[in-house]
Design a protein around this ligand. Sequence first.
Ligand SMILES: NC(=O)c1ccc[n+]([C@@H]2O[C@H](COP(=O)([O-])OP(=O)(O)OC[C@H]3O[C@@H](n4cnc5c(N)ncnc54)[C@H](OP(=O)(O)O)[C@@H]3O)[C@@H](O)[C@H]2O)c1
Length: 253
Amino acid sequence: MTYSIRNFDDKVVLITGGTSGIGLETARQFVAQGAQVIVTGVTAQRLDEARLELGENALVLTADLRQPESLDAVISEISRRFGRLDVVFANAGAGNASPLEDVTAAQIHEQFGLNFSGAFFTVQKAAPLLSKGGSVILTTSFLNAVGTPGLSILSATKAAVRSLARTLGAELAPRGIRVNAVSPGPISTPFHSKLGLSDSQLKEVAAGIEASVPLGRFGEVGEVAKVVLFLASDQASFITGEEIVVDGGLSQF
Ligand SMILES: NC(=O)c1ccc[n+]([C@@H]2O[C@H](COP(=O)([O-])OP(=O)(O)OC[C@H]3O[C@@H](n4cnc5c(N)ncnc54)[C@H](OP(=O)(O)O)[C@@H]3O)[C@@H](O)[C@H]2O)c1
């Protein structure tokens, strides 16, 4: 894909979970539009691949968001190199499929630790570097609006993040900082292969999803990334506390 618009010249953008899937494509689009991007992830191979692919306008750093203090070095490095942040995309997340009777306290702790606490502490720790006109985007999920068997905890983490867009939006509005959420539907990324399902279960789930999405397919990462860039841009200058759902109509009809 080629990009001719450069809405983000010299903007400084932090993307957590930026080494794969939605976060990586969003990083590509920000870089293509002139931004300096700081990307975080955990897996060494994907960190290396992202570093190679994104090039000199991206700083790729390790931060395991289940341990919020791992963000401290990232924020210090951003402060040292750039002295500010213009956009924060708190996107890192993962899920685990488990029916009611099999859910453990450890699964709840793990998923809330990454999806909710990880997003919360990303914003808390980045906020001092954001100034008037800054934009925060949180990744939620269509799951926060529908009941899907086996996904109680993952869905609840995303409902909690949806709530954060409103409360943190209210807290940061007096500083002129907007907080919004992007809510992906089923998007083609490695996310689904990490849910703990067997190959045959995955195939069955994928077929069920294609049959139930009104637009009849999985979404592409670029279709989510474009919405993130819109929310980050001045074109969304009077939008805060909002969530934009990108799910082919799955949770709407
Ligand atoms: N794909 C979908 O259908 C879908 C639907 C709704 C919502 N979402 C949400 O979209 C976001 C991005 O997911 P994706 O589909 O792009 O999945 P993905 O390709 O698996 O990417 C997930 C990203 O999160 C990072 N991550 C995983 N565990 C982490 C941890 N403990 N600490 C820090 N970073 C961690 C991964 O880093 P490594 O690669 O280094 O492990 C990767 O960069 C997630 O919040 C997910 O819940 C996805």
